[in-house]
Design a protein around this ligand. Structure first.
Ligand SMILES: Cc1ncc(COP(=O)(O)O)c(C=O)c1O
Length: 365
């Protein structure tokens, strides 16, 4: 895991930063790997470290080729762009990151429309996708060209998708010539928690995006994988979207280091998330549904304890715990490699304390 990373001084004194798994800071060993990386101009295809990363991730996911991108959003939008022509549509669940948190990119950058189904916690069901898919209606209606699946599901609360449902969807989509893209920003977490090999998930999709900058703790970067031809086309679109990068092996090196050191340890994040969830469920029954805690994300129903989510977030922050309001009555907690057992203990103390006291009764902290 490496020695402790420098901290950012402008933040308030935070003892447990559960805002997101994107807040990690690269440790000393990762920074050393970055400092000594071989580099070249990647727009000319001359960066050996980027090449190594792309090949490695493609191999892990059972695909021919990979493409390093600055962000998960760009990797997703390249995947979308490859499969859907302007005027066609993609379909996905209404909580999907591609649809909810990429700021209309598919419509703005690629002229693509979208339709959604409503899911329970982002749980993917092949029948939901099939109920929206429509093909061969070109002159009259919008044709579906792509189904999006997110695994694990972020806004759903770290939900792991069923491989059986994915396989069923693959059969249905294939029969209609519809492509499938996996937003696998946290596929590593799904793999570690479920034991399903990465390539078993990966092979069911035409393209897969994975993030190095979430649970794996690299400072930046994602990889899109697919066929060699698809990645050659994605390389052109990446440049067009402004994502062509030059001596970027220094960043790819962080990703390679993370793949070596930070995948198996995700089980620690999952165990800490579960320990905290159990403590909250016991202290304030109804605040956490333990059946929904599958990986490193816990959604807390603070409204059930009488709290508006923004007030709960503010009260926790003054006590050194940073959290995120995902809805007016729910707060999200995310475990990652910079939240250890001690920080988890502190979070449990603060959060159970708040959940068992009505907001009006509390001192300001
Ligand atoms: C499920 C999911 N997909 C994609 C992304 C986008 O990643 P980035 O922030 O690198 O654009 C995120 C970011 O949190 C995410 O949670």
């Amino acid at each position: 895991m490496g020695a402790a990373a420098p901290t950012a001084s402008r933040l308030p004194a935070i003892r447990a930063d559960l805002l997101s798994d994107t807040v990690t800071r690269p440790g000393v060993a990762m920074r050393e790997a970055m400092a000594t990386a071989l580099v070249g101009d990647d727009v000319f295809g001359e960066d050996p470290t980027v090449e190594e990363l792309e090949e490695r991730v493609a191999g892990l996911l059972g695909h021919e080729a990979g493409l390093f991108t600055p962000s998960g959003s760009m990797a997703n939008q390249l995947g979308v762009r490859l499969h859907v022509k302007p005027g066609e549509e993609l379909v996905g669940d209404s909580l999907a990151h591609v649809l909810r948190a990429e700021l209309g990119a598919a419509a703005i950058l690629s002229g693509i429309s979208s339709r959604t189904w409503v899911s329970e916690r982002g749980r993917f069901r092949a029948d939901d996708a099939a109920s929206l898919m429509i093909t061969g209606v070109g002159p009259y209606q919008v044709c579906t060209a792509l189904v999006i699946v997110e695994n694990t599901h972020n806004f759903g609360g770290g939900t792991i998708q069923s491989l059986d449902e994915i396989r069923r969807a693959r059969q249905l989509t294939r029969a209609h010539g519809v492509a499938m893209h996996l937003d696998g920003a946290r596929l590593w977490n799904a793999h570690v928690a479920s034991g399903v090999p990465l390539d078993d998930y990966g092979r069911e999709f035409d393209t897969v995006s994975v993030c190095l900058s979430k649970g794996l703790g690299a400072p930046v970067g994602s990889v899109l994988v697919g066929s060699r031809a698809a990645m050659a086309e994605a390389r052109i679109w990446r440049k067009r979207f402004g994502g062509g990068m030059r001596q970027v092996g220094v960043l790819a090196a962080a990703g390679l280091w993370a793949l070596d050191h930070h995948v198996d340890r995700l089980s620690l994040d999952h165990a800490r998330a579960r320990r905290a969830a159990e403590a909250m469920a016991q202290a304030a029954p109804g605040s956490v549904d333990l059946s929904t805690v599958e990986t490193n994300i816990v959604i807390v129903d603070v409204a059930a304890a009488g709290w508006p989510a923004p007030d709960f977030v503010a009260a926790a922050l003054t006590r050194g715990v940073r959290t995120y309001a995902v809805s007016p009555g729910a707060v999200r907690l995310v475990w990652h490699l910079d939240v250890d057992d001690e920080a988890t203990d502190h979070a449990i103390e603060v959060l159970t304390g708040l959940l068992t006291q009505p907001p009006g009764d509390l001192p300001l902290g």
